[in-house]
Write a protein that binds this ligand. Structure first.
Ligand SMILES: Cc1cc2nc3c(=O)[nH]c(=O)nc-3n(C[C@H](O)[C@H](O)[C@H](O)COP(=O)(O)OP(=O)(O)OC[C@H]3O[C@@H](n4cnc5c(N)ncnc54)[C@H](O)[C@@H]3O)c2cc1C
Length: 583
C-alpha cells in the first residue's frame, strides 16, 4: 500500500462491547493523581535527577584506574555476601534493589517473602570506553541516560540504545531491551561482547560467545538474574553522527495495510529478496535506515519514521529544518509525529542524543494519564523542564489501591512477534485492548547455537519472509501502553483477562511477552512461551538452582505462600549438578 493512501472500505475489527462500570473512590484518586504528581513527584524528581547528574559527573571524573579498583573491591563484597548465606536458614538470592526503584511494572512480589538480598548498588560506573575495540565496559546500574551523555559527544553510541533514560544495563541484559536500531543489531543483549558474572558459589567468570562459558553467555538474557549476578558487561559501540535525519511518513488504511507499510519502511519484500538481482539488492541494502519506529494512532492511521545519521554540516545546510525535540517546551514527540497525518511526509534533523531520548519527557504517552494537561503549551513552558516524574516516585505515591486499579484498568505490555504477524496482533489488540497509540519497533531475533529462552520460529530460514536473513528472523516489538478504550468510555474492563488472552495469542503465534510487564501466565504456559532447555541446563550447571530464585517464581503475580517459598527453596535438594559443571 502506498504511504498516505486513502482509507479503504474494510472496517477494522470491532472492539468487545462491555457494560458501564460504576465509579469507586479509586477512580477519583486516579483522576486527581496529578496533584501529588505535580507538587510532590515532580520537584523530588528534579532533585533526584540533579543528584544523579552530580553522581555521574563525579564518577566520570574518577581516574579509570580508581574505578577499576573500586569495581574489584565491590565484586569481592558480592562474593563475600553470597558466601555468608546459610541455605538452611536463609531464603533464595536476589538483588537488594527496591521494587519501586525499577522501571518495570511487575509487583516484584517475591520481595515480600523470605529472601537473601545482595546489594549491587555500588555498580554504577562506566569503567572504560575503548575506542579501539569499540566496546564500552560498564557496570550493571549504569543507565541509558548516563551512557549516552558520555558517548554521544564522542560520536559513539551503544549499538542498541533504549530510549528511556532510567533503564539500566543489568536490567536490559537480564530482561530485555530494544531500540530503533534493533532491526540491525538485535535486542540489547545481542550487542553484549562479554559478561562478568558472579556465580552462586562465588566464582567470578567472564562469559563470551565463544569461550568456555559461552553457554552462560546465551543463558543470561531473559533469565531475570536467576543464574548469577552480572557485575560488568562489555557492550558493542558504533560510530554515529551528530544528527538523525528523520523522515515522517503518514499511512492510512486497515491495520494489516498499516503493518505492511511499516514493514516496507525498513525491509525489502521477500519476493524482491528472492529475485537474483544483485544490483537491486545492493540498492535496497543501502536504503536500510539506521533507526526505525512506527506509531499506530488509530485502527486506520499511523506514522512511520525512519532515521539516518547525518553530520552537523549536512543538518545545518540552508533549507534543512533542525528540530531540538529535547527542549523542555517542545511538543511531546508522539504528538508531534502525529502531525504528519495532516502535513504529509516531511523530513527534519534532530540532535542524535535528543532523538534517542525522544519519549522520555512524556514517558512515551503515559504522562498524559498522570498529568492530563502536561502536554499543553503553558505547562510545557512553565514546568516542562521538570518532566518526567520519576517512575520510582510515582510508584511510591500510588499506594496499593491505585496499583491494583492500574492492573485492572490499564495496559503496559510489550510483545515481540514475527514481523509477518504484526497486522494480526494489531487487530487482536484493537479487539481486546483498544489502546492507542501502539508503538512498533522492529528487531532481529538471531539464531543461537543453543536453545535460548527466546528464539526464532523453527525453520524460518527455509522460507524467508520480509526482513528475514539466514541468521535472523525479523520480529517486532509491539508496545501497548495506555488506558484501554473501554476504560476511557467508562465501561468495565478486565485487565487480567485481557492480558491472559494476549499471552495465549503469543504462545499460539510464537511471540514473547517482555518480562517487565505484568504476567498472568501459569508455570506451564510460561515455559510454553519461553524455552526452558538451555536455561534449566545452565541453572543446574552453574549451581543457581536452589540458590537463586527461578524465573517463573520471580515473575509470578501475587504474594508468595509459605509453601511456595519452601518448595522453591527445596529445589536445591533436587538440583543435579551435571558432570561438566566442575572447573
Ligand atoms: C515506562 C517504561 C518505559 C520503558 N521504556 C523502555 C525502552 O525505551 N526500551 C526498552 O527496551 N525497554 C523499556 N522498558 C522496559 C524495560 O526494558 C524493562 O523494564 C527492563 O527490565 C529494564 O528495567 P530496569 O533497568 O529497571 O531493570 P530491573 O527491573 O531492575 O531488572 C530487570 C531484571 O533483571 C535483573 N537484573 C538487574 N540487574 C541485574 C544484575 N546486575 N545481575 C543479575 N540480574 C539483574 C533483575 O533482577 C530483574 O529481574 C520500559 C518500561 C517501562 C515501564
Amino acid at each position: 500500500m502506498a504511504a498516505d493512501s486513502v482509507a479503504t472500505t474494510t472496517t477494522p475489527p470491532r472492539p468487545v462491547v462491555r457494560p458501564k462500570r460504576k465509579k469507586a473512590l479509586v477512580d477519583y484518586l486516579v483522576t486527581f493523581r496529578w496533584i501529588p504528581a505535580i507538587f510532590v513527584a515532580l520537584p523530588l524528581s528534579a532533585l533526584i535527577y540533579f543528584c544523579i547528574y552530580i553522581g555521574g559527573m563525579l564518577s566520570s571524573m574518577k581516574p579509570e584506574e580508581r574505578r577499576r579498583r573500586e569495581h574489584e573491591e565491590n565484586v569481592h563484597k558480592v562474593v563475600r555476601r553470597l558466601k555468608q548465606r546459610d541455605p538452611k536458614k536463609d531464603g533464595l538470592v536476589c538483588t537488594a534493589r527496591k521494587p519501586w526503584v525499577v522501571v518495570g511494572m511487575r509487583n516484584v512480589d517475591y520481595k515480600r517473602a523470605r529472601r537473601f538480598e545482595v546489594d549491587l548498588s555500588a555498580f554504577h560506573n562506566i569503567l572504560e570506553i575503548d575506542t579501539e575495540r569499540m566496546v564500552a565496559r560498564v557496570e550493571p546500574l549504569v543507565s541509558m541516560g548516563q551512557i549516552t551523555k558520555v558517548t554521544c559527544p564522542m560520536n559513539l553510541s551503544l549499538a542498541v540504545a533504549p530510549e528511556f533514560d532510567d533503564l539500566t544495563v543489568g536490567g536490559l541484559i537480564n530482561s530485555y531491551g530494544i531500540s530503533g536500531s534493533s532491526h540491525i543489531y538485535g535486542l540489547f543483549s545481542d550487542t553484549v561482547v562479554s559478561m562478568e558474572v558472579v556465580l552462586a558459589d562465588g566464582r567470578v567468570v567472564r562469559a563470551t560467545k565463544d569461550n568456555e562459558h559461552s553457554d552462560l553467555f546465551y543463558a543470561m538474557p531473559w533469565s531475570q538474574g536467576t543464574i548469577g549476578f552480572l557485575v560488568a558487561a562489555e557492550i558493542k559501540l558504533i560510530r554515529i553522527k551528530e544528527y538523525m535525519r528523520l523522515t515522517y511518513t503518514p499511512v492510512r488504511g486497515t491495520l494489516k495495510e498499516i503493518a505492511q507499510a511499516y514493514a516496507d519502511s525498513f525491509a525489502a519484500r521477500a519476493d524482491a529478496d528472492a529475485a537474483d538481482d544483485s544490483k537491486k539488492k545492493n540498492h535496497q541494502r543501502q536504503q536500510v535506515p539506521d533507526f526505525v519506529e512506527g506509531m499506530v494512532y488509530s485502527p486506520s492511521e499511523g506514522v512511520m519514521m525512519t532515521g539516518v545519521y547525518a553530520t552537523a554540516e549536512e543538518a545545518k545546510k540552508k533549507g534543512n529544518r533542525i528540530n531540538r525535540v529535547g527542549w523542555w517546551f517542545k511538543p511531546w514527540f508522539y504528538q508531534y509525529a502525529q502531525t504528519a497525518l495532516q502535513r504529509g511526509e516531511f523530513v527534519e534533523y534532530i540532535p542524535t542524543r535528543e532523538y534517542y531520548h525522544r519519549h522520555t519527557r512524556s514517558l512515551y504517552w503515559e504522562a498524559k494519564l498522570i498529568i492530563p494537561f502536561a502536554d499543553q503549551f503553558w505547562f510545557r513552558f512553565l514546568l516542562g523542564w521538570l518532566m518526567p516524574p520519576k517512575i520510582t516516585l510515582l510508584k511510591i505515591t500510588q499506594g496499593e489501591a491505585i496499583r491494583n486499579y492500574y492492573h485492572d484498568n490499564h495496559v503496559i505490555q510489550d510483545v515481540l512477534v514475527p514481523l509477518h504477524k504484526v497486522g494480526e496482533v494489531l487487530e487482536f489488540g484493537h479487539r481486546e485492548l483498544e489502546v492507542y497509540p501502539v508503538w512498533l519497533c522492529p528487531h532481529r531475533l538471531f539464531k543461537a547455537p543453543v536453545k535460548a529462552m527466546v528464539q526464532p520460529e523453527a525453520g524460518f530460514e527455509q522460507h524467508p519472509r520480509q526482513g528475514d536473513s539466514s541468521y535472523a528472523q525479523m520480529y517486532t516489538d509491539v508496545g501497548f501502553y495506555y488506558a484501554p478504550g473501554a476504560v476511557l468510555r467508562g465501561e468495565e474492563f478486565d485487565g487480567a483477562e485481557a492480558v491472559r488472552k494476549l499471552e495465549q495469542w503469543l504462545i499460539a503465534n510464537h511471540g514473547f511477552q517482555a518480562q517487565y510487564a505484568v504476567s498472568e501466565l501459569s508455570e506451564k504456559d510460561f515455559w510454553r512461551m519461553f524455552d526452558p532447555s538451555h536455561y534449566d541446563h545452565c541453572r543446574r550447571k552453574y549451581g543457581a538452582a536452589g540458590t537463586f530464585m527461578s524465573n517463573y517464581y520471580k515473575s509470578k503475580k501475587g504474594r508468595k505462600t509459605d509453601k511456595e517459598v519452601r518448595d522453591a527453596e527445596a529445589e536445591a535438594a533436587a538440583a543435579i549438578v551435571e558432570p561438566d559443571a566442575a572447573e
